[in-house]
Write a protein that binds this ligand. Sequence first.
Ligand code: NAP
Length: 267
Amino acid sequence: MRYYVLDRGDQLSIDLSQKFHKLAEERGLQLDAESPEIVVSIGGDGTMLHAFHTFIDRIPELAFVGVHTGHLGFYADWQCEELSTLVDYMCGKSDPAPHKPRIVKYPLVELEINRKSGTTSHIALNEFTLKGVEGTVVLQIDINDETFEMFRGDGICVSTPSGSTAYNKSLGGAMVHPSIEALQIAEIASINNRVFRTMGSPLLLPKHHHCDIFSRREQRLMLTVDHTNYPIDDLISVRCQVSEKKVSFARYRPFPFWKRVRSSFLV
Ligand code: NAP
């Protein structure tokens, strides 16, 4: 089994990372930065976002495992003190052996940015957002090539199901089970009065639909894709849809989504 470890960079995560390498070597796992089968993220959900984007070109060929250095996370289901058990599971030395992981696949959002200066493509694990840098943004939202609304406000957030518990949740979006192949469009502080009107509710689009967001005036925007920010001052439009690609997580034991939601936000 070829593996790679990415940590958050704080002392605890670095120590755990070193401990992981030691345990892995003892049990015959092979460290491979180029073509790992399993990528272990040690830190938090934010660290998983970094791990995902580090291996963005190899997403279909590998699976992720997350170790959380604080409370349990949405992408990180193992705790620090369980490192040895995790390595045992990964090398099939668990009891009862061998322990094959269940590979769960989560939907992703793909976006194409059309600028006067060219076109780029991205994939988001949590979400992408388009926000104003200098105040109100004006964006035309088209769904399946039909104009849906003209948006005025702080911005728009388009999230994946697994990202629905992150920024999207703060915007009043619904939490969506990752088995549902959909993307969610949530408004960030829309202006609604007699003159300007938006739907005001988050929208859930199925896999076979697409959405175009057109910049409708000269404006400086900030595009965020998960943890990364891209300033843009020549945006024409963004096309987004549920990606054909999915991210894989290796589950060596059950980690039900609704249990995670409850333990993160309620108890
Ligand atoms: P950060 O601002 O340092 O941390 C954002 C927080 O979001 C962390 O507590 C992180 O958990 C948590 N998180 C990340 N993905 C999550 C998920 N899928 N479900 C529930 N919580 C999640 O930024 P960062 O660590 O680089 O993460 C970037 C993410 O921050 C973005 O993708 C966006 O979702 C989120 N964000 C949220 C808001 C908001 O809620 N108002 C605003 C901006 C960005 P850990 O502590 O386990 O890493």
